[in-house]
Design a protein around this ligand. Sequence first.
Ligand SMILES: C[S@@+](CC[C@H](N)C(=O)[O-])C[C@H]1O[C@@H](n2cnc3c(N)ncnc32)[C@H](O)[C@@H]1O
Length: 283
Amino acid sequence: MIEPNIRVFSQPILTEEPLTVLGTIRNFVSNIFVPFQQDYRYWPWRKIGTVIVVCVGSYVLYKYLPGPYRRYYMSSTRNFSLRYNEALHLEKEKLFNELKNVKIREDGRRIQVVEIGAAHGANMPYYPPHLVEVICVEPIRDFETYLTQTLRQNPHVKCRELLVGGAENISVIRDNQVDAVVSTLTLSCCKDIDQALREVRRILKPGGVFLYMENIRSQNIFFASIQYLCSPIYKLLFGISLIRNIPEHIERAHFNGGTTQHIFIAHGIPFLLRPHVSGIARK
Ligand SMILES: C[S@@+](CC[C@H](N)C(=O)[O-])C[C@H]1O[C@@H](n2cnc3c(N)ncnc32)[C@H](O)[C@@H]1O
């Protein structure tokens, strides 16, 4: 009988003689990782690594170094807002033009507007010229320097004051005091959105308007599931929730004058933030 001539071509997985402790450990590790590496070779490991490093880094900053975290948060908010304004320029223009329809006060003074989550003043270029007086509400005081810079570049807007604090409690503003309230990408950051909306309604005069443009939870269940998974990361990195059903919260806030809003996909921004709502609620 002729013996079959057997030749083995595959590489043995063991790479080193397990003579030393170190060699044994190396063999053990490569036995685990080599098949893994081969199966997942085409995954974007560099990108995954970057995301992990950024997330862990942000968490460490957030937890142990609040000062640097605030600076990082402010600069990422600022950079993102610039990109956001570019991508949603027309939508924003349309929304802010609604301020022109607010009834001018009889005494000829400017329309009183409160902007919640004003940050560095990303919306200042959108206010109609010489028509409004804005009170900014912003919990991070350090934005003041940037806000001052933005106001210098937009002299057509008069900013009356910066109130440092959350929109959930703006008790320094009286009931029925202002003509309009503005919120862009802020309701998704507030700790208590329903309380913030109660405050918005309280300070608005009867007939006053609440203008908002916010990212929302998608109506597509698969997309929404990804948003649920990624929301904690966004919350940590940018302080923003991906999964709020803003239209539902607005409805629950009972703006008696009715609400006009439209839901759309905002192109040109990170895809998990794209489901958007923009609207006007009247008191
Ligand atoms: C994503 S940024 C949006 C900034 C700006 N409105 C824009 O459209 O680019 C959210 C802003 O809301 C602020 N913010 C967070 N929690 C808030 C709260 N409870 N009340 C008011 N503003 C808040 C943040 O500090 C931040 O400046």
